[in-house]
Design a protein around this ligand. Structure first.
Ligand code: SF4
Length: 376
């Protein structure tokens, strides 16, 4: 967890004159996103290799970050977990590294009865509200949106999506995602939430957003907190991947979110060179609990085109879960899961703790590797 001093951004020369009022305003963060190579050059002098990587890759998969998220970088190199999550890399375009990857491995577009809506499980739908994000994560499972024009869907598109949900009573949960739905203005966001809230068979409105990671000042906004408070079917699922992303600001705003009665859960993606290390994940899970976010999933990286270089061995995740078991509280242990291709669902993957089973006994292995025989 990182402690940010009051007005810490003033230490970064290009932000030395930025007032507290501006920096802590989520709209200022969005309006002042860094989106080009020229923007980055104000902060450091990228070497030739970084320059080529950026220019060749960002031309295809665009680049974007909030000043806040960028300010969390400690070293301008791929070794830095935050830099590596946002700075374009030639690995994204390397056909050898990207072999057996797909633009839409979960057939979200195909399993879409109405534009923007994916119906892949009987009781849930995915509601893609916008394809805009304040930060473009190189590992995004919906990286195909990087290739599209940045825009929110229109009211007419939303209305068709509501109509489908109204007519399908088996739908109990709507996951509003994107892009990032919390980059939408409050009026548009409330229009979506209100319409979903008023559908009697919808029990849960799950918002999938990275704003808590990339633009936490979004949750200083009283009007947003009022929306969360008013429509009490909301759950927030966020996406922290590394302890360097959790700050004292995170802690402060999670408190604001929880005060509206909205639970906050986290999904992490296991990624090579970012968090594929048991001690890093342990620290991340501990920090999440410290700021009162419940670790939910640890995902094996999806086979998405342009992201496959982040994928680890499947066993790496099992090893990490084994490490967590017995060392951290069950509250801090996420479910390790693989999302199956073609929209066939998520499969949890666990270490095997049953060593042998006889007619009247089972031999278990505990977290220390001790074998314990128990009778049935
Ligand atoms: S914020 Fe979410 S949707 Fe947007 S690029 Fe990052 S992971 Fe993808």
């Amino acid at each position: 967890m990182v402690y940010l001093e009051n007005e810490y951004w003033r230490n970064l020369k290009p932000y030395s004159q930025i007032s507290k009022e501006d920096w802590e305003n989520w709209k200022w963060q969005l309006a002042n996103r860094l989106t080009s190579f020229e923007d980055l050059k104000k902060f450091f002098s990228p070497d030739e290799k970084l320059k080529i990587s950026f220019l060749k890759t960002a031309d295809i998969y665009h680049f974007g970050t909030t000043p806040y998220y960028f300010s969390l970088i400690k070293k301008f190199s791929y070794e830095d977990p935050i830099f590596r999550q946002i700075f374009p890399s030639l690995e994204e375009l390397d056909s050898n590294l990207q072999k057996n990857s797909y633009l839409d491995p979960f057939r979200e577009e195909e399993l879409s009865p109405v534009k923007g809506l994916t119906h892949r499980y009987p009781d849930r739908v995915l509601f893609r509200a916008t394809n805009f994000c304040s930060v473009y994560c190189r590992h995004c499972m919906r990286k195909r949106i990087f290739l599209e024009e940045e825009r929110a869907r229109t009211k007419e598109e939303y209305d068709l999506m509501f109509e489908y949900i109204r007519e399908n009573k088996s739908i109990k949960e709507v996951l509003i995602s994107g892009g990032d739905p919390l980059t939408l203005p409050n009026k548009k966001l409330e229009y979506i939430i209100k319409n979903l809230y008023e559908i009697p068979h919808v029990d849960i409105i799950r918002i999938g957003s990275r704003e808590l990671v990339s633009n936490p000042y979004r949750f200083f906004d009283e009007d947003l907190l009022e929306i969360f408070d008013k429509y009490d079917k909301i759950w927030l699922v966020t996406h922290f991947n590394h302890p360097n992303e959790i700050t004292n600001i995170t802690k402060k705003v999670v408190k604001n979110i929880l005060s509206t009665g909205t639970p906050v859960l986290n999904q992490t993606v296991l990624m090579k060179g970012i968090n594929d290390d048991k001690f890093t994940i342990e620290e991340l899970m501990r920090d999440l609990l410290r700021v009162k976010i419940k670790p939910y999933y640890l995902f094996y990286a999806d086979p998405v085109e342009g992201t496959l270089h982040f994928r680890t061995d499947l066993k790496k995740g099992i090893e990490i879960i084994e490490h967590l078991r017995g060392r951290v509280s069950g509250l801090a242990t996420p479910i390790y899961a693989v999302d199956l291709e073609n929209g066939l669902g998520k499969v949890p993957v666990f270490p095997n703790y049953i060593v042998e089973e006889g007619k009247d006994y089972i031999i278990f292995r505990n977290y220390e590797g001790k074998l314990i025989k128990q009778y049935k």
